[in-house]
Design a protein around this ligand. Sequence first.
Ligand SMILES: Nc1ncnc2c1ncn2[C@@H]1O[C@H](COP(=O)(O)OP(=O)(O)OP(=O)(O)O)[C@@H](O)[C@H]1O
Ligand SMILES: [Mg+2]
Length: 476
Amino acid sequence: MAKSAPRYACQECGAVYPKWAGRCEACGAWNSLVEELPRAGPPKSLAGSRQGGQALDFVALTGDSRGAPRHLTGIAELDRVCGGGLVPGSAILVGGDPGIGKSTLLLQAAAAVAASGGKATYITGEEAIDQIRLRARRLGVADAPVRLAVATSVRDIAAALDTANPPQLAIIDSIQTMYLDTLDSAPGTVSQVRGAAQELIGLAKRRGFVLVLVGHVTKEGMIAGPRVLEHMVDTVLYFEGERGHQFRILRAVKNRFGATDEIGVFEMSDQGLVEVPNPSAMFLAERAEAEHEAGGVTGAAVFAGIEGTRPVLVEIQALVAPSLLGTPRRAVVGWDATRLAMIIAVLDARCGLSVGANDIYLNVAGGLRIGEPAADLAVAAALISALTESPVPADTVVFGEIGLSGRVRPVSHSDARLKEAAKLGFTEAWLPARPGARSRRSADGIAAAPIGHLSELVDRLAPAERRRPRRIAAAP
Ligand SMILES: Nc1ncnc2c1ncn2[C@@H]1O[C@H](COP(=O)(O)OP(=O)(O)OP(=O)(O)O)[C@@H](O)[C@H]1O
Ligand SMILES: [Mg+2]
């Protein structure tokens, strides 16, 4: 192959093709192939020329390690998501929708580190110095001795960071704007993103500083550029939040130094992102007000969930309305639509309801996105409550996974869920039945009401004589 023969790399997954095509065969993305020039000739095999290699220096698992203590940023929710502080020499990738607050959070983190005597560097390739200064003033951190620079050349950045006295924290905003002059392709392309990241991560490991890379996301919400970027870094954090909500959730999707799916909850204010130490209370705040006004709310159930290592209570809301024409409508916010379809099918097939014929709207209050199957039972409770117009008791939390047979299956961390519910004043929990245990009171004084099958939940919420014949018809 000639040295400059063109090749085409998929901007979504990094697969390389000799010819252009409309669709990447590896990941199925359309229009994602971009011409890139190869860096060198085809890789040569080492076979036959192994003489030059140096002997590896093998060591034992025990021994003196340089294990420097983790840096605490002073932003407790950020430290928690990283597994209890930032690990020196590690690389963290922060992704999130445009305008969600990535730069804001990281500027706050840099300022907090600098204010507590650490050395923090913030390098931006996206904004001008004046814009960052304006933001710093608005956030009230303009006095912190953060070292700020505008740069896009990895060569310049490496020269600044590759010193005997590197910063503790270096923030690169964003990796898509950085370029390596040894590569021919344009900034933002797969090879540039990969090359620039590799260079910076290697430097961070060698010099022992914490590297934070901001990553753009694609329309689908994945970090733009090669998927390998997520493999190269030690920690991947996603910043998420529903538009129109001021809550922002920082979620660890990969962490080599801590639990994944750990979340940090923030509230966006004009002074920047404010930590929310007790998310359950925040997610349920609206509910307390609503209860005050009305006697009981139908179509709502409180789910006792677990995010990472932390229990979080959220309200699940459902609206079931007769479908006027055509295919019934389904709209889901904060939960998996396929999972909803499954629960509707189980309610119809195993419990003799006809939920599926109605328009159904499901919402997780507060903008949280739930991925746990343990929410099944709470979703079912909200649906049944909406359909039969019988409220779930206000002091009850619900959790449990539902199988296709309608059986309710046990979930992990029951005790942590109950404890959080007790802390917020709940007195009863509807949860999966455990073999041998009929009804029990947990150590925290919550009455546990086990549910073995989904039909028991239907009976409990809406005893047959109270069901409205108009909306609930027995299955034929
Ligand atoms: N004056 C202001 N008052 C209140 N909130 C503001 C103000 N200016 C900006 N914000 C908030 O900050 C958000 C922008 O945050 P930021 O620039 O950190 O996002 P980002 O994730 O870095 O975005 P991008 O991907 O475009 O760089 C805005 O969406 C808005 O919510
Ligand atoms: Mg930004």
